[in-house]
Design a protein around this ligand. Sequence first.
Ligand code: AKB
Length: 321
Amino acid sequence: MKRMLVTGALGQIGSELVPALRARFGADAVVASDIRMLQKSELSNEEGPSAFVDVTDIRHIQDTVRRFDIGTIYHLAAVLSAVAEDKPQVAWDINMGGLYAVLEVAREYGCALFVPSSIGAFGPTTPPDFTPQDTIQRPTSMYGVTKVAGELLGDYYYKRFGVDCRGLRFPGLISYIAPPGGGTTDYAVEIYYAAVRHEKYTCFLRGGTKLDMMYMPDATRAIADLMIADSAHFKHRNSFNVTAMSVTPELMAASIREYLPDFEMEYDVDPVRQAIADSWPNSLDDTAAREEWGWKPEYNLASMTRDMLEKLTAKLNVDDA
Ligand code: AKB
């Protein structure tokens, strides 16, 4: 069997996707790559192959695909929304330059490809509630511009060159393993760290800001399921809306208070991230993903909070000791 390559393996999604894929397909089947050299067992107890890959250098990707006989690439290396707004030129180089290089290698070596898109691919003129799969996409952030361009490029490479490029529009992703790096939805992870440390949390988004979220185990399962789904049932291929819950900071705080009644939250709004959040949908319609490849989330806000608090307490007791 050909192997799988994960780029950006040390990032928020990669840190959990690599162990999930290794558990499902075997440790040797998954090559974890990042721009930083991976230390032994950094991603899971079960060791597997790893590589140094800077996605803006096509030769790194070509060499790795040849060396490990790669059949599928999970391309996760990217800059998130808040960092992209701070450094738009860097975001373009990494998000678009990296994707273009990966698509070219997929074309050259006949690889299938997974590329994450985001709720960031929508903008202020998109219908904000229960946002349809096919709708207006005029994002106003650099991150969103790279996500829409990436979706279109993936469609183009499929139609023009037959590259089996599949993708998901993720909402904010919540995980206790790796922290997110510079996103607009990061508050939804930070809030749990503060709660478990018995600290007051200062939220950088305004109360009432409604955004979709998903717990990471659902996200990694969605990626793996999409990539093995029978495309005969596809009406779409690239950039399916997927979601698990639509929340506000107050709802998250209330859900934490079910377990930690003294938890307190205040607000200190960051205008850049607030503007990005205000331009994104309140909730997504993921009917196409449900109908075309059987998507269904397992976690809602209550079950996610219970698991996050339990896992994070165990983790921080070790880390903070
Ligand atoms: C971000 O906030 O930038 C990401 C995303 C929703 O794509 N978490």
